[in-house]
Design a protein around this ligand. Sequence first.
Ligand SMILES: CCCCCC/C=C/C(=O)SCCNC(=O)CCNC(=O)[C@H](O)C(C)(C)COP(=O)(O)OP(=O)(O)OC[C@H]1O[C@@H](n2cnc3c(N)ncnc32)[C@H](O)[C@@H]1OP(=O)(O)O
Length: 394
Amino acid sequence: LAMAYLAWGLAQRWCPSSLQVISFPVVQLHLNRTAMRLSQKDFESAMNQVKLLKKDPGNEVKLKLYALYKQATEGPCNMPKPGVFDLINKAKWDAWNALGSLPKETARQNYVDLVSSLSSSLESSSQVEPGTDRKSTGYETLMVTSEDGITKIMLNRPTKKNALNVEMYHEIMHALKAASKDDSAITVLTGNGDYYSSGNDLTNFTDIPPGGVEEKAKNGAILLREFVGCFIDFPKPLIAMVNGPAVGISVTLLGLFDAVYASDRATFHTPFSHLGQSPEGCSSYTFPKIMSPAKATEMLVFGKKLTAGEACAQGLVTEVFPDSTFQKEVWTRLKAFAKLPPNAMRISKEIIRNREKEKLHAVNAEECSVLQGRWLSDECMNAVMNFLSRKSKL
Ligand SMILES: CCCCCC/C=C/C(=O)SCCNC(=O)CCNC(=O)[C@H](O)C(C)(C)COP(=O)(O)OP(=O)(O)OC[C@H]1O[C@@H](n2cnc3c(N)ncnc32)[C@H](O)[C@@H]1OP(=O)(O)O
């Protein structure tokens, strides 16, 4: 978990006292939990990266950068409010003042995250392949692109059926954080190849740290809680394009998406009891609400696999498309959604999600704590060993 790598090109400087960005960088900030513990050095690096930006990110983003910079360095807004006709200074004051009492440390982190997202979504022409609009490189397990107001996060381990290894958990969190701040209106998660995802990579259980299996289980629970938390808190419409079979955590998370479009090839399988495990992704709360407690029990306790049609009938899937037209039909629809006013969509999502947020975080914490115990059980260890020794498959 301790691996972080930063790859970037450096250039000119964002000057917080004006509203001008001079030029753009080639930067891909690749974070994991360790790297997210922000130092002053990271903050200074981010300030340098801003100087490299070659495309103007627009006034709204520049105001955000200005406000976060001021908050991070001086704390809450301490300037007298400019007059109404002093338009530029008034806009800057408003942006800074809107941050209220946000702690300096959080402002520094948000500044670094914002610069990182700008860097990955607005790359320099030297990194962009001809004909490729805003393709983000630097991810090992994902393909992330941003085009037509849509950020697409594609799980990209097709030879492993897009199983989520530890690196992929970190990269998805990073991609979601970047997408929440980029200029796209909606975000889409999908899979490369024939599977959407086969769920947790069972080899995640094999690399035992010096503290033994207890430490492994504890670290897993911390990672899982943080990971699911990113889905609970994601502020823009989040849409799943389920291109093929989905297993385990890739299914449970669907209850936290705002829409789920599925190919008729997709299946939905949560074999937690078979694996000696228990539900996560807030599914112990969302599934009974979405599909009735009894139907949720069939899936989460008895491991019943649903077809796309069944999942749609039970409300987990929004709509099913024939596989032959799935990509074309869904992308046409998503492009139309992405043209809707983004702030209105954000606010509408916020009002729906806010009512549930506290509850969802509490459920997430409880599920992770229960799972931490399950991972140490003989039932779970045997199931994982059986899969890894090729004795069993779902
Ligand atoms: C931080 C921890 C958080 C944990 C969160 C809790 C999450 C829980 C879950 O998600 S539970 C669900 C776990 N998933 C599984 O149990 C699926 C296991 N995989 C299978 O049963 C099968 O691979 C299959 C049915 C998905 C596909 O079968 P098939 O079409 O026959 O393909 P292969 O089995 O040959 O798969 C190709 C290749 O991929 C490897 N692979 C597939 N899925 C996983 C996986 N989940 N974990 C590890 N590896 C996986 C498979 O071993 C093959 O590898 P190989 O080519 O042999 O090297």
